[in-house]
Ligand binder design. Structure first.
Ligand code: GLU
Length: 312
């Protein structure tokens, strides 16, 4: 018998073709992406995975790593210590804005680059090597399999990261970073170059939806209180300077990355991931946004929706 969810997702496979946008090219290696690739995956908290399109195509995770590394910093340092270094206020700024909150001299939130470089520096480890290995293992536990690393994307971003380098040095100047800014920058660029598939991203989102327990391996990866904290920040800040539009029209905590992925988390129910490399002016997958808007509407996923009939 055909599965109705699979049938429904397949009916979306052609949706949003004309969404427009352009593949990111400020990281030279990303410009090589095939703009027509597409994937849509849903993972439920009871362990079902539905895939349409190129669900097993690998690409670099980019900014979708930010909420996960922030969760690791919360676990390592505790929420109070992390809050001394990075706020949880929407900035309304682009992801790569070179600025701190003028009142606190801290990054506004951990979803923009300034906050994410700070969060990367708060992960425990004796050196960068150990810190990155912990970050990789942490993301792997969310995905339920060992994630790889794209050395070419890493080198490509490292050699052109003038803007992120400026942000890291600004953070050092204001003593948000207390040690070598180049080390924190390197750590951040490494985490952005981890390789994921859209199926991995759906599973990582489902682990967040499941309060920090991976639905397949049943491993408790993160504490439920840290997951609530991270999902709150994703809700208000995950989509950068389009966060208000997103939460109004789609209504789920989310995070995007410049490779073309977007994850969405419906707490207690499911994780969703869409991949399409053409980006809109905010740096979000243009087609991904359209697909999310349609699924949210038709499956009644909006967090503020009262009568919900979308249980698995
Ligand atoms: N590595 C990218 C950067 O810092 C990530 C940006 C994104 O995915 O939004 O520019």
């Amino acid at each position: 018998m055909r599965n109705p969810i699979q049938d429904y997702l397949e009916s979306l496979a052609d949706h949003g073709h004309d969404a427009g946008g352009a593949v990111a090219d400020y990281i030279p290696e990303l410009a090589a992406a095939d703009p027509d690739r597409f994937a849509l995956c849903i993972a439920t908290v009871d362990g079902h995975l539905y895939t349409v399109g190129d669900g097993d195509l690998p690409y670099s995770i980019q900014s979708i790593s930010k909420p996960f590394t922030y969760a690791l910093a919360l676990q390592d340092r505790g929420a109070a210590a992390v809050a001394q270094k990075v706020d949880v206020e929407p900035s309304g700024d682009a992801f790569n804005e070179i600025s701190l909150d003028p009142r606190t001299n801290r990054p506004s939130n951990p979803m923009i680059n300034a906050g994410a470089i700070t969060a990367a520096s708060l992960v425990d480890g004796v050196d960068n090597e150990e810190r990155f290995e912990r970050v990789r293992q942490w993301h792997s536990a969310f995905a339920g399999r060992q994630l790889g690393f794209d050395a070419q994307v890493y080198q490509s971003e490292l050699s052109t990261a003038h803007r992120n380098r400026a942000i890291a040095h600004m953070l050092r100047e204001f003593e948000v970073l207390e040690s070598d800014p180049e080390g924190a920058l390197d750590q951040y660029i490494r985490q952005c170059a981890m390789k994921v598939t859209t199926e991995d991203l759906a599973m990582m989102a489902a682990t967040l939806a499941n309060g920090g327990v991976n639905p397949i391996s049943e491993e408790r990866v993160a504490q439920a209180t840290d997951v609530e904290h991270v999902l709150s920040v994703m809700t208000s800040c995950g989509m950068y300077d389009a966060a208000g539009d997103w939460i109004t029209s789609v209504g789920v905590p989310a995070k995007s990355g410049v490779s073309g992925g977007i994850i969405g988390v419906l707490p207690g129910q499911l994780g969703l991931a869409v991949f399409s490399p053409r980006l809109d002016s905010h740096g979000h997958s243009a087609r991904g946004v359209e697909v999310f808007e349609r699924i949210s509407d038709e499956m009644e996923l909006h967090l503020m929706h009262v009568t919900r009939n979308s249980r698995t």
